[in-house]
Design a protein around this ligand. Structure first.
Ligand SMILES: Cc1cc2nc3c(=O)[nH]c(=O)nc-3n(C[C@H](O)[C@H](O)[C@H](O)COP(=O)(O)O)c2cc1C
Length: 164
């Protein structure tokens, strides 16, 4: 089997978008975490998934949360992505989120927002997979560029070419 450095580099060849998982922590603070493990799972019923490292500072908060949102970031949200990917403060500021129908924070300006309840949690190696049942979703009109991640770095995409 490949070593973990090889595996990380091989996984990194798969270019992804970037999302922020947002939830209320145990003190009811709006809290965010940057991920690229987001995946669509099912249309009927509507399900999605993402994975969290077992050693994340936010593991206990995610484990106890009943709900979370997945917020697909636009290219102009790079600074927020970096902040929510660092060790330390993961609190969203009042101008950075709105509240969904169920009280879940939704990141303002995201290309898409998925407001979810926890459908399932699956322990898988050094990560846990969270499966969200989607209660509500919103997405913005065409034209804005997504934030992308490829080979361990943020990357650009030619949205005009995609819209064509
Ligand atoms: C682009 C990007 C994607 C990431 N994807 C994930 C992910 O899918 N799952 C995860 O657990 N951590 C992921 N991380 C790392 C977390 O954002 C980071 O570990 C966390 O926010 C920092 O808190 P921690 O030190 O408690 O882990 C990603 C980081 C970046 C920059």
């Amino acid at each position: 089997m490949a070593g973990s450095t090889d595996l990380r580099q091989a996984f990194g060849q798969f270019g992804t978008g970037v999302a922020i998982i947002a939830l209320r922590d145990s003190e009811n603070r709006p809290t965010g975490l940057t991920v690229n493990s987001f995946a669509s799972v099912s249309l009927e019923p509507p399900l999605l998934s993402w994975c969290l490292a077992n050693d994340s500072q936010l593991f206990d908060e995610v484990a106890r949360a009943g709900r979370f949102s997945v917020n697909v970031l636009a290219a102009d949200q790079l600074d927020l992505s970096n902040r929510m990917a660092g060790a330390g403060d993961h609190v969203l500021q009042p101008d950075e989120f709105d509240e969904g129908t169920y009280g879940t924070p939704l990141v303002r300006g995201a290309l898409a927002q998925f407001d979810c309840h926890i459908h399932d949690r699956v322990e898988l190696g050094d990560h846990i997979m969270l499966v969200g049942g989607i209660d509500a979703t919103r997405h913005c009109a065409q034209g804005r560029a997504p934030l992308m991640y490829f080979r361990g770095k943020y990357a650009g995409i030619d949205v005009e070419a995609c819209n064509g």
